[in-house]
Structure formats: structure tokens, C-alpha cells
Design a protein around this ligand. Structure first.
Ligand SMILES: C[S@@+](CC[C@H](N)C(=O)[O-])C[C@H]1O[C@@H](n2cnc3c(N)ncnc32)[C@H](O)[C@@H]1O
Length: 272
């Protein structure tokens, strides 16, 4: 195979120019989601263009043509030099991060038709990624983090499978949270099952280490508990968000259409 870097089209040079200010899309599924949800992707590479487009034809026909136009094939060694940890699909891309102004506009838009998830000082990058994926799946307006964790850290983007582009992801202080009733999840709260969560709710979850901060508790309108046996101290952060978003959707929250399965295909996992 001819390496286009050597051939003069220079995706590697473009990559090096843009990498510091861009979002790394690591793997086929992250690129697929980012393109599907409108991300601007200035450079995308694959170590095997034919295999990547075949995967797109099978799993993501809606974006196959867009990927065909975007992807440049590079040598395997070039691909591995661009990413911290090679992905099994040998695909990587850089995307433009949505502006903070645009995200703040989405988060603060009134009336809000779906909740905002607030992670109060989360510590685990994998949890943050899993929560962004959940928020995208349920059509939540956005995910706001407080504290020092960067919700656009490459490990969070990898955990979120590129779905940062399907919801508004920002870091704010508790004082800067968008308007709306705050329902904070805490094992000492009232039983969630007796409550209908409004579509404009801020659903707040505490840190893995220490739970909800004093600032977040002071801003909360309601403290709610997930059902849990007394001997168990708490659930994992991301599973708590999953149960709460499911409760919102199952009790009449804005409807997310069930995903259609292509005819004639048996169910099988499509991705990690
Ligand atoms: C791992 S837990 C935090 C445990 C922490 N050691 C503490 O003292 O609360 C992370 C967050 O998940 C949510 N959570 C976990 N279990 C919950 C439950 N049974 N009811 C309500 N929220 C829960 C809360 O928002 C909690 O702050």
C-alpha cells in the first residue's frame, strides 16, 4: 500500500497541526457517532480503508458515504503513531469541539424538553464516558460536570463512544448550573419510585468518593433515593444515572423511539 503521507497528501501533517486543539475520535464507533450527530471532522484515517467501509456498509449505512469522503488510508505504523492505544478497528479522527457558547445556549434553553444530568465532582473518567453515552441514548439535553475532571478528556470521549456530539457536555460550577428544579440522588432521599421527574429537571449525582457536595445539596430542591437493600451502601455512579434516566423515560418523559432492528438480521452485539 502507498502511504499518502509519502505520496504528498499529508494527513499526518494536518493531524499534527490540529491534534492539540481537537477531540480525538478513537475507533470506528466514535467516528460513526460523531459524524452521525453532526461533528465537524477535518481529518480521519484508517489502516484498512476497504475493511472500514465494509464495516460502515454493515453497521452504519447512513454515514457510509460521509466516511468514504473523509477517510484517508495510512500505513499501520502511521496509524499507531497517532493514537495513545491502537483500537481494534484501526480508525482514528480529529473533530472540532463544539463551542462553550453553543453548549451553554443548549443547556439553558427554556423551556427544556429533556433533563440535564449533573455529575458533582466525578472522579472516574470511565464513569463520565458511560454517563455521556446514557444521556445521548435517552436524548438528555446535556451532561454537566462540576469539579476538576475534564469531561472532554480523551478517555471520557473513548468511554462515551463519540456521543459527546449527541448532547451538550460542559464543565460548570454549581453556581453556574442552568435554571430548573434540581433532583439530587442520594441514598438518604425519598423513594424515586413515588416521583414523576419533570422534563426540565436537573438530575444531580454525587462523587464516587464522597457523594453530593454541600454546594449541590444547598441548590437541590429534592433528594431522591434509588431502591436498595439496607446492607448495600451505594450503587455505581453510572448505573445510578441509568436507573434515574430510565425512571424519567418510563414515567412519561419525552419519548425516545425504540431502535429498529434491520429485517432478517438476528440480534448480536454491534460494538463494545
Ligand atoms: C458511588 S455513589 C457515592 C458513594 C459515596 N461514598 C457516598 O458517600 O455517597 C455515587 C452517587 O451515585 C448516586 N447513588 C448511588 N447509590 C444511590 C442510591 N441508592 N440512591 C440514590 N442515589 C444513589 C448518588 O448520587 C451518589 O452520590
Amino acid at each position: 500500500m502507498t502511504d499518502p503521507v509519502a505520496a504528498g497528501s499529508d494527513p499526518l501533517g494536518q493531524w499534527r497541526r490540529l491534534a492539540d486543539a481537537s477531540v480525538l475520535l478513537d475507533g470506528f464507533h466514535a467516528l460513526k457517532h460523531a459524524v452521525r450527530f453532526g461533528a465537524e471532522v477535518p481529518v480521519a484515517v484508517t489502516a484498512d480503508r476497504r475493511a472500514t467501509l465494509a464495516l460502515a456498509g454493515e453497521l452504519a449505512p447512513d454515514v457510509r458515504d460521509a466516511l468514504d469522503a473523509l477517510l484517508t488510508e495510512v500505513a499501520e505504523a502511521t496509524y499507531t503513531s497517532l493514537v495513545p492505544r491502537p483500537h481494534p478497528t484501526a480508525v482514528a479522527a480529529l473533530a472540532v469541539r463544539p463551542s462553550r457558547e453553543a453548549n451553554l445556549e443548549r443547556l439553558g434553553h427554556a423551556p427544556r424538553s429533556t433533563p440535564v444530568v449533573v455529575l458533582d465532582n466525578p472522579r472516574n473518567l470511565g464513569n463520565a464516558g458511560a454517563v455521556i453515552r446514557l444521556a445521548a441514548g435517552f436524548g438528555a439535553t446535556g451532561v454537566v460536570t462540576t469539579g476538576t475532571l475534564d469531561p472532554w478528556h480523551p478517555t471520557v470521549v473513548r468511554g462515551g463512544a463519540g456521543l459527546h456530539f449527541a448532547t451538550a457536555v460542559e464543565r460548570l460550577t454549581v453556581d453556574e448550573l442552568p435554571a430548573g428544579p434540581v433532583f439530587a440522588l442520594d441514598p438518604e432521599g425519598d423513594d424515586l419510585r413515588g416521583v414523576k421527574l419533570p422534563d426540565d429537571a436537573l438530575l444531580a449525582f454525587g462523587s464516587e468518593r464522597s457523594g453530593l457536595s454541600a454546594e449541590l445539596r444547598a441548590r437541590a430542591d429534592h433528594l431522591l433515593a434509588l431502591p436498595m437493600r439496607p446492607q448495600v451502601s451505594s450503587y455505581n455512579l453510572a448505573t445510578s444515572v441509568a436507573m434515574t434516566l430510565y425512571h424519567w423515560s418510563a414515567t412519561g418523559g419525552a419519548s425516545v423511539p425504540p431502535r429498529e432492528r434491520p429485517r432478517g438480521r438476528t440480534a448480536r452485539p454491534l460494538e463494545d
